[in-house]
Design a binder for this molecule. Sequence first.
Ligand SMILES: Cc1cc2nc3c(=O)[nH]c(=O)nc-3n(C[C@H](O)[C@H](O)[C@H](O)COP(=O)(O)O)c2cc1C
Length: 171
Amino acid sequence: MRAVVLYESMFGNTRDVATAISQGLGVEVDVEVVEVSQAPSSVDSNVDLLVVGGPTHAFGMSRDSTRTSATEKTDEELVSLGAGLREWLAAAWMPPSTAVAAFDTRVAKPRVPGSAAAAAHRRLRRLGARPVAPAESFYVEDMTGPLIVGELDRARRWGEQLAAEITPAPA
Ligand SMILES: Cc1cc2nc3c(=O)[nH]c(=O)nc-3n(C[C@H](O)[C@H](O)[C@H](O)COP(=O)(O)O)c2cc1C
């Protein structure tokens, strides 16, 4: 079994969640973690599960304008410098019924409606993919992080659950 975890991240939090998800998945399946601007727009037919994630910006997936705004929040170089998850999904192709799941990171307080994962999940469905889990959010304390304590463990467990969805149950 082969899984790909594709992520977009400004300050590193979503990248860290992607890594934790891959650790959970990796117990059962071969897994590759790819930054979104490095990912080909076609998903190989030998990918058994595609997991996509990004930061929630302005109640949904990032755009050029929100990514520019993110550069103004830090003196550090951003993790994702190219196009984001929204642009990748707009151009993506994958075999029909590819197993998929979507996650995001969001601020814990105040918790506002809108989620990049929910938007990505909808787009994946329109692409003909087959979600194996509801869209999932992982929470940061503040705009640039850090992640709330326990979220990386939750991400690892979520990865394990996703792996269980695509691996046949023992006889
Ligand atoms: C321009 C901008 C808009 C944001 N809008 C939202 C929002 O609508 N809802 C929310 O929960 N968090 C919002 N955030 C916080 C991000 O979700 C947070 O920065 C992200 O989870 C951190 O992940 P990263 O380190 O991978 O970029 C916003 C952040 C930025 C930079």
